[in-house]
Design a binder for this molecule. Structure first.
Ligand code: GDP
Ligand code: MG
Length: 406
Protein backbone atom coordinates (compact mmCIF):
# COMPACT_ATOMS: atom_id res chain seq x y z
CA UNK A 1 0.00 0.00 0.00
CA UNK A 2 1.66 3.15 -1.17
CA UNK A 3 0.46 6.52 0.10
CA UNK A 4 -3.28 6.55 0.66
CA UNK A 5 -5.02 8.65 -1.97
CA UNK A 6 -8.35 10.35 -1.41
CA UNK A 7 -10.20 12.02 -4.27
CA UNK A 8 -12.63 14.91 -3.89
CA UNK A 9 -15.75 14.63 -6.02
CA UNK A 10 -18.98 16.59 -6.19
CA UNK A 11 -20.65 19.25 -8.27
CA UNK A 12 -18.94 22.50 -9.12
CA UNK A 13 -18.97 25.15 -6.39
CA UNK A 14 -19.74 22.79 -3.55
CA UNK A 15 -16.38 23.66 -1.96
CA UNK A 16 -14.02 20.91 -3.09
CA UNK A 17 -11.12 23.23 -3.83
CA UNK A 18 -11.70 25.12 -0.57
CA UNK A 19 -11.65 21.80 1.28
CA UNK A 20 -8.50 20.82 -0.62
CA UNK A 21 -6.81 24.14 0.20
CA UNK A 22 -7.80 23.94 3.84
CA UNK A 23 -6.58 20.36 4.18
CA UNK A 24 -3.33 20.92 2.30
CA UNK A 25 -2.90 24.62 2.94
CA UNK A 26 -1.72 24.72 -0.66
CA UNK A 27 -2.61 27.27 -3.25
CA UNK A 28 -4.95 25.56 -5.70
CA UNK A 29 -7.17 28.16 -7.29
CA UNK A 30 -10.59 28.80 -5.82
CA UNK A 31 -13.06 29.87 -8.42
CA UNK A 32 -16.77 30.46 -8.91
CA UNK A 33 -16.76 29.62 -12.63
CA UNK A 34 -17.41 26.05 -13.69
CA UNK A 35 -14.42 24.25 -15.16
CA UNK A 36 -11.65 26.61 -14.23
CA UNK A 37 -10.03 23.77 -12.32
CA UNK A 38 -8.68 22.18 -15.48
CA UNK A 39 -5.84 20.13 -14.14
CA UNK A 40 -6.25 17.94 -11.07
CA UNK A 41 -4.38 19.18 -8.05
CA UNK A 42 -2.39 16.78 -5.92
CA UNK A 43 -1.62 17.82 -2.37
CA UNK A 44 -0.41 16.42 0.91
CA UNK A 45 -2.91 16.34 3.75
CA UNK A 46 -2.66 14.52 7.08
CA UNK A 47 -4.72 12.12 9.12
CA UNK A 48 -4.45 12.39 12.89
CA UNK A 49 -4.33 9.51 15.36
CA UNK A 50 -3.24 9.16 18.98
CA UNK A 51 0.53 8.57 18.95
CA UNK A 52 2.02 5.67 20.92
CA UNK A 53 4.70 7.94 22.45
CA UNK A 54 2.64 8.71 25.58
CA UNK A 55 1.83 5.07 26.22
CA UNK A 56 5.55 4.19 26.05
CA UNK A 57 6.51 7.34 27.94
CA UNK A 58 9.06 8.48 25.38
CA UNK A 59 9.86 11.67 23.54
CA UNK A 60 9.73 10.81 19.84
CA UNK A 61 11.60 12.18 16.80
CA UNK A 62 9.23 11.47 13.91
CA UNK A 63 10.63 11.49 10.40
CA UNK A 64 7.88 10.47 8.02
CA UNK A 65 5.13 12.13 10.06
CA UNK A 66 4.68 14.72 12.80
CA UNK A 67 3.78 14.38 16.47
CA UNK A 68 1.91 17.36 17.89
CA UNK A 69 0.95 17.18 21.58
CA UNK A 70 0.90 13.40 21.46
CA UNK A 71 -1.10 13.19 18.22
CA UNK A 72 0.49 11.67 15.11
CA UNK A 73 -0.14 13.53 11.89
CA UNK A 74 0.37 11.07 9.05
CA UNK A 75 0.66 12.27 5.45
CA UNK A 76 -1.83 11.14 2.83
CA UNK A 77 -2.50 12.41 -0.67
CA UNK A 78 -5.53 14.43 -1.63
CA UNK A 79 -6.71 14.90 -5.22
CA UNK A 80 -8.99 17.74 -6.23
CA UNK A 81 -11.05 16.75 -9.23
CA UNK A 82 -12.35 19.11 -11.86
CA UNK A 83 -16.08 19.93 -11.73
CA UNK A 84 -18.65 17.49 -12.98
CA UNK A 85 -21.72 17.94 -15.07
CA UNK A 86 -24.57 15.57 -15.74
CA UNK A 87 -23.68 13.17 -18.52
CA UNK A 88 -19.96 13.53 -18.01
CA UNK A 89 -19.61 9.77 -18.35
CA UNK A 90 -20.80 10.02 -21.95
CA UNK A 91 -17.74 12.08 -22.79
CA UNK A 92 -19.20 15.53 -22.31
CA UNK A 93 -17.39 18.26 -20.41
CA UNK A 94 -14.48 17.08 -18.33
CA UNK A 95 -15.76 13.53 -18.06
CA UNK A 96 -12.68 11.67 -19.10
CA UNK A 97 -10.47 13.72 -16.87
CA UNK A 98 -12.71 13.12 -13.87
CA UNK A 99 -12.63 9.39 -14.49
CA UNK A 100 -8.89 9.25 -14.84
CA UNK A 101 -8.46 11.01 -11.52
CA UNK A 102 -11.21 9.15 -9.66
CA UNK A 103 -9.57 5.99 -10.89
CA UNK A 104 -6.43 6.80 -8.90
CA UNK A 105 -8.24 7.18 -5.58
CA UNK A 106 -8.51 4.61 -2.81
CA UNK A 107 -11.50 6.41 -1.34
CA UNK A 108 -13.64 9.40 -2.22
CA UNK A 109 -14.97 12.41 -0.39
CA UNK A 110 -18.25 13.40 -1.97
CA UNK A 111 -18.70 17.09 -1.21
CA UNK A 112 -22.23 18.46 -1.38
CA UNK A 113 -23.38 22.01 -0.72
CA UNK A 114 -25.64 21.53 2.29
CA UNK A 115 -26.65 25.19 2.17
CA UNK A 116 -28.27 24.62 -1.21
CA UNK A 117 -26.30 27.44 -2.86
CA UNK A 118 -25.60 25.63 -6.13
CA UNK A 119 -28.09 24.77 -8.83
CA UNK A 120 -28.30 21.52 -10.75
CA UNK A 121 -25.57 22.61 -13.16
CA UNK A 122 -23.23 23.63 -10.35
CA UNK A 123 -23.73 27.40 -10.68
CA UNK A 124 -23.88 29.50 -7.52
CA UNK A 125 -27.44 30.49 -6.74
CA UNK A 126 -29.68 31.77 -3.92
CA UNK A 127 -28.85 29.79 -0.73
CA UNK A 128 -31.62 27.36 0.11
CA UNK A 129 -32.80 26.84 -3.46
CA UNK A 130 -30.37 24.09 -4.48
CA UNK A 131 -30.96 20.43 -3.64
CA UNK A 132 -27.86 18.71 -2.25
CA UNK A 133 -29.57 15.32 -2.08
CA UNK A 134 -30.43 15.42 -5.80
CA UNK A 135 -26.87 16.58 -6.49
CA UNK A 136 -25.56 13.63 -4.53
CA UNK A 137 -27.62 11.17 -6.58
CA UNK A 138 -26.58 12.84 -9.87
CA UNK A 139 -22.91 12.31 -9.12
CA UNK A 140 -23.49 8.80 -7.84
CA UNK A 141 -25.17 7.98 -11.14
CA UNK A 142 -22.09 9.23 -13.02
CA UNK A 143 -19.92 6.86 -11.05
CA UNK A 144 -22.13 3.84 -11.56
CA UNK A 145 -22.44 4.59 -15.29
CA UNK A 146 -18.66 4.70 -15.47
CA UNK A 147 -18.44 1.14 -14.13
CA UNK A 148 -21.28 -0.05 -16.39
CA UNK A 149 -19.54 1.41 -19.44
CA UNK A 150 -16.26 -0.27 -18.59
CA UNK A 151 -18.06 -3.56 -18.17
CA UNK A 152 -20.01 -3.16 -21.42
CA UNK A 153 -16.96 -2.24 -23.40
CA UNK A 154 -14.97 -5.19 -22.10
CA UNK A 155 -17.56 -7.93 -22.41
CA UNK A 156 -15.75 -9.74 -25.23
CA UNK A 157 -12.47 -9.53 -23.41
CA UNK A 158 -13.96 -10.98 -20.25
CA UNK A 159 -15.57 -13.82 -22.21
CA UNK A 160 -12.24 -14.59 -23.88
CA UNK A 161 -10.67 -14.82 -20.43
CA UNK A 162 -13.40 -17.19 -19.26
CA UNK A 163 -12.85 -19.39 -22.32
CA UNK A 164 -9.18 -19.62 -21.40
CA UNK A 165 -10.30 -21.11 -18.09
CA UNK A 166 -9.97 -18.04 -15.87
CA UNK A 167 -12.55 -17.55 -13.17
CA UNK A 168 -14.85 -14.55 -13.59
CA UNK A 169 -13.16 -12.31 -11.00
CA UNK A 170 -9.73 -12.87 -12.54
CA UNK A 171 -11.07 -12.29 -16.05
CA UNK A 172 -12.61 -9.01 -14.86
CA UNK A 173 -9.57 -7.94 -12.90
CA UNK A 174 -7.68 -7.05 -16.09
CA UNK A 175 -10.53 -4.71 -17.02
CA UNK A 176 -10.78 -2.88 -13.70
CA UNK A 177 -7.16 -2.97 -12.54
CA UNK A 178 -6.45 0.38 -14.20
CA UNK A 179 -8.92 2.10 -11.87
CA UNK A 180 -7.51 0.63 -8.65
CA UNK A 181 -10.06 -2.16 -8.33
CA UNK A 182 -8.72 -5.48 -7.09
CA UNK A 183 -9.81 -9.05 -7.84
CA UNK A 184 -10.84 -9.18 -4.18
CA UNK A 185 -13.16 -6.18 -4.66
CA UNK A 186 -14.65 -7.97 -7.67
CA UNK A 187 -15.15 -11.23 -5.76
CA UNK A 188 -16.89 -9.34 -3.00
CA UNK A 189 -19.19 -7.57 -5.47
CA UNK A 190 -20.00 -10.85 -7.24
CA UNK A 191 -20.96 -12.59 -4.04
CA UNK A 192 -22.85 -9.59 -2.61
CA UNK A 193 -25.06 -9.55 -5.71
CA UNK A 194 -25.32 -13.32 -6.09
CA UNK A 195 -23.99 -12.94 -9.62
CA UNK A 196 -21.18 -15.35 -8.92
CA UNK A 197 -23.83 -18.02 -9.49
CA UNK A 198 -24.97 -16.73 -12.87
CA UNK A 199 -23.27 -17.42 -16.19
CA UNK A 200 -21.66 -14.11 -17.26
CA UNK A 201 -22.86 -14.52 -20.83
CA UNK A 202 -26.43 -14.47 -19.58
CA UNK A 203 -26.15 -11.27 -17.54
CA UNK A 204 -28.97 -8.81 -18.29
CA UNK A 205 -28.50 -5.01 -18.30
CA UNK A 206 -30.03 -4.96 -14.84
CA UNK A 207 -27.43 -7.50 -13.67
CA UNK A 208 -24.72 -5.23 -15.10
CA UNK A 209 -26.10 -2.32 -13.11
CA UNK A 210 -26.44 -4.31 -9.91
CA UNK A 211 -22.86 -5.50 -10.19
CA UNK A 212 -21.53 -2.06 -11.18
CA UNK A 213 -23.24 -0.43 -8.17
CA UNK A 214 -21.85 -3.03 -5.80
CA UNK A 215 -18.35 -2.77 -7.24
CA UNK A 216 -18.48 1.02 -7.09
CA UNK A 217 -19.37 0.85 -3.37
CA UNK A 218 -16.78 -1.75 -2.50
CA UNK A 219 -13.84 -0.43 -4.50
CA UNK A 220 -14.27 3.29 -3.80
CA UNK A 221 -15.54 3.75 -0.23
CA UNK A 222 -17.09 7.18 0.00
CA UNK A 223 -17.80 9.62 2.78
CA UNK A 224 -20.31 12.42 2.27
CA UNK A 225 -19.15 15.89 3.28
CA UNK A 226 -22.11 18.21 3.93
CA UNK A 227 -20.28 21.48 3.36
CA UNK A 228 -21.12 25.15 4.01
CA UNK A 229 -22.66 24.35 7.38
CA UNK A 230 -21.91 27.94 8.40
CA UNK A 231 -24.87 29.13 6.31
CA UNK A 232 -28.36 29.27 7.86
CA UNK A 233 -29.94 27.19 5.11
CA UNK A 234 -27.62 24.25 5.80
CA UNK A 235 -28.85 22.47 8.99
CA UNK A 236 -32.18 21.47 7.46
CA UNK A 237 -30.52 19.96 4.38
CA UNK A 238 -27.94 18.29 6.56
CA UNK A 239 -30.68 16.52 8.49
CA UNK A 240 -32.29 15.42 5.22
CA UNK A 241 -28.97 14.08 3.91
CA UNK A 242 -28.32 12.17 7.10
CA UNK A 243 -31.85 10.74 7.20
CA UNK A 244 -31.89 9.68 3.55
CA UNK A 245 -28.34 8.39 3.13
CA UNK A 246 -28.69 5.82 5.89
CA UNK A 247 -25.79 3.61 4.80
CA UNK A 248 -23.39 6.54 4.41
CA UNK A 249 -21.38 8.55 6.88
CA UNK A 250 -22.36 12.19 6.45
CA UNK A 251 -19.95 14.66 8.06
CA UNK A 252 -21.04 18.28 8.52
CA UNK A 253 -18.30 20.68 7.53
CA UNK A 254 -17.29 24.23 6.85
CA UNK A 255 -14.28 24.11 4.58
CA UNK A 256 -14.20 27.88 4.55
CA UNK A 257 -13.97 28.05 8.36
CA UNK A 258 -11.13 25.52 8.37
CA UNK A 259 -9.28 27.53 5.72
CA UNK A 260 -9.66 30.71 7.78
CA UNK A 261 -8.43 28.97 10.94
CA UNK A 262 -5.41 27.39 9.28
CA UNK A 263 -4.43 30.66 7.62
CA UNK A 264 -4.79 32.56 10.88
CA UNK A 265 -2.68 29.90 12.56
CA UNK A 266 0.00 30.23 9.88
CA UNK A 267 0.08 33.98 10.34
CA UNK A 268 0.63 33.49 14.07
CA UNK A 269 -2.71 35.03 15.04
CA UNK A 270 -4.19 31.99 16.73
CA UNK A 271 -3.18 28.66 18.20
CA UNK A 272 -5.06 25.94 16.37
CA UNK A 273 -4.38 22.28 15.73
CA UNK A 274 -6.44 20.83 12.89
CA UNK A 275 -9.18 18.60 14.21
CA UNK A 276 -9.22 20.21 17.63
CA UNK A 277 -12.45 21.59 18.90
CA UNK A 278 -11.03 24.96 19.83
CA UNK A 279 -8.61 27.70 18.93
CA UNK A 280 -7.05 30.38 21.03
CA UNK A 281 -6.22 33.92 19.99
CA UNK A 282 -2.55 34.54 20.66
CA UNK A 283 -1.91 37.28 23.23
CA UNK A 284 -0.99 40.55 21.58
CA UNK A 285 -2.04 39.40 18.08
CA UNK A 286 -3.38 42.40 16.26
CA UNK A 287 -6.64 41.36 14.68
CA UNK A 288 -8.74 43.56 12.45
CA UNK A 289 -12.42 43.92 13.37
CA UNK A 290 -13.25 41.73 10.40
CA UNK A 291 -10.90 38.99 11.55
CA UNK A 292 -12.32 39.19 15.08
CA UNK A 293 -15.82 38.90 13.68
CA UNK A 294 -14.90 35.93 11.46
CA UNK A 295 -13.21 34.06 14.30
CA UNK A 296 -16.12 34.68 16.64
CA UNK A 297 -18.52 33.55 13.94
CA UNK A 298 -16.56 30.31 13.49
CA UNK A 299 -16.55 29.73 17.22
CA UNK A 300 -20.26 30.22 17.76
CA UNK A 301 -21.65 28.90 14.46
CA UNK A 302 -19.32 25.97 13.87
CA UNK A 303 -17.21 24.90 16.83
CA UNK A 304 -19.83 25.37 19.56
CA UNK A 305 -22.48 23.75 17.38
CA UNK A 306 -20.64 20.91 15.60
CA UNK A 307 -17.45 20.74 17.70
CA UNK A 308 -15.21 20.93 14.65
CA UNK A 309 -15.03 22.26 11.10
CA UNK A 310 -15.27 18.68 9.82
CA UNK A 311 -12.32 18.85 7.43
CA UNK A 312 -9.83 16.92 9.56
CA UNK A 313 -12.56 14.67 10.91
CA UNK A 314 -13.69 13.69 7.39
CA UNK A 315 -10.16 12.66 6.45
CA UNK A 316 -9.66 10.69 9.68
CA UNK A 317 -12.95 8.82 9.33
CA UNK A 318 -12.23 8.00 5.68
CA UNK A 319 -8.82 6.52 6.41
CA UNK A 320 -9.47 4.81 9.73
CA UNK A 321 -13.15 3.83 9.44
CA UNK A 322 -13.94 3.44 5.74
CA UNK A 323 -10.56 2.16 4.57
CA UNK A 324 -9.92 0.51 7.97
CA UNK A 325 -6.25 1.49 7.91
CA UNK A 326 -4.03 0.61 10.85
CA UNK A 327 -1.18 2.87 12.01
CA UNK A 328 1.90 0.71 12.53
CA UNK A 329 5.30 1.84 13.89
CA UNK A 330 8.34 -0.12 12.66
CA UNK A 331 11.50 0.40 14.71
CA UNK A 332 15.05 -0.98 14.55
CA UNK A 333 15.73 -1.21 18.25
CA UNK A 334 12.85 -2.53 20.38
CA UNK A 335 14.43 -1.30 23.62
CA UNK A 336 15.04 2.27 22.50
CA UNK A 337 12.09 2.18 20.06
CA UNK A 338 14.42 3.84 17.59
CA UNK A 339 15.85 3.53 14.10
CA UNK A 340 19.59 2.81 13.70
CA UNK A 341 20.36 6.51 14.10
CA UNK A 342 18.57 6.72 17.44
CA UNK A 343 15.43 8.50 16.24
CA UNK A 344 12.63 7.39 18.55
CA UNK A 345 9.44 6.14 16.85
CA UNK A 346 10.67 7.60 13.55
CA UNK A 347 8.07 6.22 11.19
CA UNK A 348 4.46 5.21 11.06
CA UNK A 349 2.89 3.29 8.20
CA UNK A 350 -0.76 3.16 7.26
CA UNK A 351 -1.49 -0.47 6.49
CA UNK A 352 -4.80 -1.83 5.21
CA UNK A 353 -6.90 -4.14 7.34
CA UNK A 354 -5.55 -7.68 7.07
CA UNK A 355 -2.01 -6.65 6.09
CA UNK A 356 0.74 -8.81 7.60
CA UNK A 357 4.29 -8.38 8.88
CA UNK A 358 5.39 -9.54 5.44
CA UNK A 359 3.35 -6.80 3.74
CA UNK A 360 4.92 -4.23 6.05
CA UNK A 361 8.42 -5.52 5.31
CA UNK A 362 7.72 -5.22 1.59
CA UNK A 363 6.43 -1.71 2.09
CA UNK A 364 9.60 -0.66 3.90
CA UNK A 365 12.14 -2.27 1.58
CA UNK A 366 12.11 -5.19 -0.86
CA UNK A 367 15.42 -6.45 0.61
CA UNK A 368 13.88 -6.57 4.05
CA UNK A 369 11.04 -8.71 2.69
CA UNK A 370 13.37 -11.09 0.86
CA UNK A 371 15.21 -12.30 3.93
CA UNK A 372 12.27 -11.84 6.30
CA UNK A 373 12.45 -14.05 9.39
CA UNK A 374 9.98 -12.65 11.93
CA UNK A 375 9.11 -9.48 13.83
CA UNK A 376 9.42 -8.62 17.51
CA UNK A 377 6.54 -6.94 19.31
CA UNK A 378 7.98 -3.99 21.25
CA UNK A 379 5.29 -4.21 23.96
CA UNK A 380 5.75 -7.87 24.83
CA UNK A 381 9.07 -8.89 23.29
CA UNK A 382 7.21 -11.75 21.64
CA UNK A 383 8.17 -13.01 18.19
CA UNK A 384 5.54 -12.48 15.54
CA UNK A 385 5.51 -14.67 12.42
CA UNK A 386 5.65 -13.16 8.91
CA UNK A 387 1.95 -14.00 8.54
CA UNK A 388 0.94 -12.06 11.69
CA UNK A 389 -1.90 -9.66 10.94
CA UNK A 390 -0.92 -6.15 11.94
CA UNK A 391 -3.05 -4.28 14.46
CA UNK A 392 -3.53 -0.57 14.91
CA UNK A 393 -0.74 0.98 17.05
CA UNK A 394 1.54 -2.04 16.74
CA UNK A 395 5.19 -1.15 17.40
CA UNK A 396 7.53 -3.77 16.04
CA UNK A 397 10.97 -4.55 14.77
CA UNK A 398 11.35 -6.61 11.63
CA UNK A 399 14.14 -9.15 11.66
CA UNK A 400 15.50 -10.18 8.29
CA UNK A 401 18.54 -12.20 7.24
CA UNK A 402 19.30 -9.86 4.34
CA UNK A 403 19.22 -6.67 6.37
CA UNK A 404 19.29 -7.09 10.10
CA UNK A 405 16.38 -5.02 11.34
CA UNK A 406 14.45 -1.96 10.44
N1 GDP B 1 -20.15 29.76 3.23
C1 GDP B 1 -19.28 28.86 2.76
N2 GDP B 1 -18.82 29.00 1.51
C2 GDP B 1 -17.95 28.09 1.06
C3 GDP B 1 -17.49 27.00 1.87
N3 GDP B 1 -16.63 26.27 1.14
C4 GDP B 1 -16.54 26.85 -0.06
N4 GDP B 1 -17.33 27.97 -0.12
C5 GDP B 1 -17.48 28.90 -1.25
O1 GDP B 1 -18.11 28.21 -2.35
C6 GDP B 1 -17.59 28.67 -3.60
C7 GDP B 1 -17.05 27.51 -4.40
O2 GDP B 1 -15.94 26.96 -3.74
P1 GDP B 1 -14.86 26.03 -4.47
O3 GDP B 1 -13.98 25.50 -3.41
O4 GDP B 1 -14.23 26.75 -5.61
O5 GDP B 1 -15.81 24.88 -5.05
P2 GDP B 1 -15.46 23.68 -6.09
O6 GDP B 1 -15.96 24.13 -7.43
O7 GDP B 1 -16.26 22.52 -5.59
O8 GDP B 1 -13.99 23.43 -6.06
C8 GDP B 1 -16.50 29.70 -3.24
O9 GDP B 1 -17.10 30.98 -3.32
C9 GDP B 1 -16.15 29.36 -1.81
O10 GDP B 1 -15.66 30.45 -1.10
C10 GDP B 1 -18.00 26.91 3.21
O11 GDP B 1 -17.68 26.02 3.99
N5 GDP B 1 -18.89 27.87 3.58
MG1 MG C 1 -12.67 23.45 -7.59
Amino acid sequence: MATVRIGLIGKTNTGKTTFFNAATLGSAEVSTYPFTTKEPNYGVAHVVTLCVCKEFGVKDNPRNSKCINGWRHIPIELIDLPGLIKGAWAGKGLGNQFLSVASQSDALLHVVDASGSVDEEGRLTEPGTGDPLADYYDIEEELVMWFIKLLDRSEDRIIRGLKKGMDLADAMEAVFRGIKVTAQDIRQALSATGLDKKDFENWTPSDDRKFASALREISKPTLVVANKMDLDTAPENFKRLRDQLVDKIVVPSSAEAELILRRAEQKGLIRYIPGEEKFEIIKGASLTDRQKWALNFIKTKILDEYMRTGVQFALNVTVFKLLKMNAVYPVYDVQKLSDHKGNVLPDVYLMPDGATVEDLAREIHSDLAKGLLYAIDARTGIRLPASYKLKDRDVLSIVSSSKKRS
